[in-house]
Design a protein. Structure first.
Length: 360
């Protein structure tokens, strides 16, 4: 099949090659971390001809005997000068999906992509064409806010809504203390996360997931990323926390938690500002708030999250979301039906939780 119009070749390579990737989700660090939880990480070098060669992380997981899926988180990354039009990207994506099939085990039913390219503002997300089909649910956030932290601290603050600047100042005035504790703060953070999950109806990992993440970061030999945990305290009481990953020019807000108590002290605003300040000091130019609803909609169950994150300023971007390329149509159909049922049950559970909250 190769060479194609864009993809000239693809070969397996050492997982460490993926540490050249821009996104942490395409890094060897992330691939080897996911391997701790039942995923098999595979790495490739994709030759894009005149535009250059870049690594590609693919993780696989068995769903049942004879059925497995492959997944490319926030990939493929294209070389800097690769054509930016939708047609070129879609053709390249299809060439890549087809070329990967003989390099993956025979029971691979489909491969799922989260393409990283995006549109901004009010524009619709970039289109993905047939033969790809939309996944039953997005794996990674398709919409987010990217805050430019390359400017001075004063300029960063001025791009925020005035209420957000006020809240940051209020937290300081009320003597909310922000401490960076990293692995040492995990148990306290997880207790806050369980409160958040109960309050907001969120599904969270067990504490072993977060413990493994920090242990993997500590033990990983290639140190191009940094994992940080911040806690906000008031009068010695932990009231909020966040986990942030720094890689290259990007800092990404991965996880957040807050107590039901002392919410009027605006600790979550102070946490984000501290993380932005520290990321800037570490050489980052972008702070990714990592996930918002696709648009402002008061009826959306996460409308409050949209308001909170967009209040920090920055660019609102829209990625295509998760899309599947099918290798084995029959077994893929069975999986898609099961995924749709699971999604429907989860949506029903969320609605029940929201209605209970409204009635309380």
């Amino acid at each position: 099949m190769l060479p194609g119009q864009y993809l000239q070749g693809i070969v397996p390579t050492d997982l460490a090659q993926c540490n050249r990737a821009a996104s942490f989700l395409q890094s060897g660090f992330w691939g080897s971390f996911k391997a701790r939880f039942g995923w098999n990480a595979r790495s490739f070098l994709a030759d894009w001809g005149e535009w250059g060669t870049l690594p590609l992380l693919v993780i696989r997981r068995r769903l049942s005997p004879g059925i497995s899926l492959a997944y490319v988180p926030w990939g493929p990354e294209f070389p800097r000068d690769f054509p930016a039009d939708d047609g070129a990207r879609n053709t390249a994506l299809e060439e890549l999906a087809a070329a990967l099939q003989p390099l993956l085990p025979e029971d691979t039913t489909f491969i799922r992509f989260d393409p990283p390219w995006y549109t901004e503002g009010d524009a619709e997300p970039p289109p993905i064409y047939k033969p790809f089909t939309r996944a039953g649910a997005n794996v990674q956030p398709s919409d987010t806010v990217l805050v430019d932290i390359s400017a001075s601290a004063e300029a960063i603050l001025m791009q925020m809504k005035s209420k957000w600047r006020y809240n940051i100042g209020l937290a300081k005035k009320k003597e909310v203390i922000i401490r960076r504790l990293d692995e040492e703060g995990l148990e306290v953070f997880y207790a806050l996360l369980r409160e958040t999950s109960k309050r907001d109806g969120l599904v969270i990992h067990g504490i072993e997931y977060y413990t493994a993440l920090f242990a993997h970061y500590r033990d990983y030999p290639e140190g191009s990323q940094e994992l940080r945990l911040y806690l906000a305290e008031h009068e010695g009481e932990p009231i909020a926390g966040i986990i942030v990953i720094i890689r290259g020019a990007d800092a990404v807000y991965l996880y957040g938690a807050s107590s039901d108590r002392k919410r009027n002290l605006m600790a979550t605003y102070a946490l984000q500002w501290k993380a932005m300040e520290d990321a800037k000091a570490a050489g980052c130019t972008v702070y990714d708030l990592f996930g918002i609803p696709p648009r402002e909609d008061p009826a959306h169950p996460m409308a409050g999250l949209y308001r909170f994150k967009t209040g920090f300023g920055g660019r609102i971007i829209h990625r295509p979301g998760s899309w599947d390329y099918t290798y084995r149509p029959f077994t893929k159909g069975l999986f898609s039906a099961a995924e749709s049922i699971r999604k429907g049950l989860w949506n029903l559970k969320k609605r029940r939780f929201q209605n209970a909250g409204n009635e309380a």
